[in-house]
Unconditional design. Structure first.
Length: 201
C-alpha cells in the first residue's frame, strides 16, 4: 500500500462562512434561557452534510483467476495488476441533528451539542489516474473479460478500508466538532462543548 495523505475539504470553510452570515441575520435578541435553542439547531442544520475530511489513497490490486485443466493436472491463470488511485470522503450528516442534541443557554452563553456519528460519504475511483500495470493470460488459460471490472470493484472496497484503517472517521469527527464549535461561538455563545455519537448510540 502506498502512503496516504489527508486533505481538508475546502468547501467546508465556504459553507461555514455562508451559514454564519445567514445565522446572524436570524438571531433574536432575547435573553431567556432556552433548552435546545432553535436558532442554534437551525444554524447547524444549514451545513447539511459536512464533508470534513478527504483522503487521497493509492493501492495496487493484484487479482488472479486461477484455473485448472485436465482434472487438476494443469494449473494456469489469468491475472491483472491494477494501480488504483482514488479519494475517500467522510464527514457528518448534520441533517440528523435532533432538537434534543442541542442544549443552549443564551443568558449564560453556554451550548452543548452532540453530533451524529461520522461516516464515509463517498469512495471515488479516479479513472483518469488509475491504470492497468500488467495483464497476463497463460497460454492454456481462459481470458476473463470481466477481470478488470472485478479489479476496479475490489479497488473501491480496499480504498475505503485503507482510509478506515488510517483513521479517516476519527479525523472527520474531530474536524466536524471543530467547525461546528466555531460556528456556534460566532452566534454569541462563549462556552461551547461539541461531542459526537458513535454508531452504537
Amino acid at each position: 500500500m502506498l502512503p496516504l495523505r489527508a486533505v481538508l475539504a475546502a468547501g467546508t470553510l465556504i459553507a461555514t462562512l455562508l451559514v454564519i452570515l445567514v445565522a446572524r441575520q436570524l438571531m433574536d435578541g432575547g435573553g431567556a434561557a432556552l433548552r435546545s435553542s432553535p436558532s442554534v439547531v437551525v444554524a447547524v442544520r444549514d451545513l447539511a452534510r459536512l464533508e470534513s475530511v478527504e483522503y487521497h489513497v493509492e493501492r495496487v490490486i493484484d487479482l488472479r483467476d486461477r484455473q485448472s485443466l485436465v482434472f487438476g493436472l494443469i494449473r494456469t491463470q489469468d491475472a491483472i495488476l491494477f494501480v488504483a488511485v482514488g479519494q475517500v470522503t467522510a464527514g457528518v450528516d448534520l441533517g440528523e441533528l435532533a432538537e434534543t442534541d442541542v442544549v443552549a443557554d443564551r443568558e449564560r452563553g453556554t451550548a452543548t451539542i452532540t453530533l451524529p456519528p461520522a461516516r464515509i460519504h463517498a469512495t471515488r475511483l479516479d479513472n483518469e489516474r488509475s491504470w492497468v500495470y500488467a495483464r497476463t493470460t497463460d497460454v492454456l488459460a481462459q481470458r476473463r473479460e470481466d477481470l478488470e471490472t472485478r479489479a476496479r470493484r475490489e479497488a473501491e472496497r480496499t480504498l475505503e478500508q485503507a482510509a478506515l484503517d488510517a483513521g479517516i472517521l476519527q479525523r472527520a469527527r474531530a474536524n466536524a466538532e471543530h467547525t461546528v464549535a466555531a460556528l456556534v461561538r460566532s452566534l454569541g455563545y462563549t462556552t461551547v462543548t461539541v461531542t459526537s455519537r458513535t454508531e452504537s448510540q
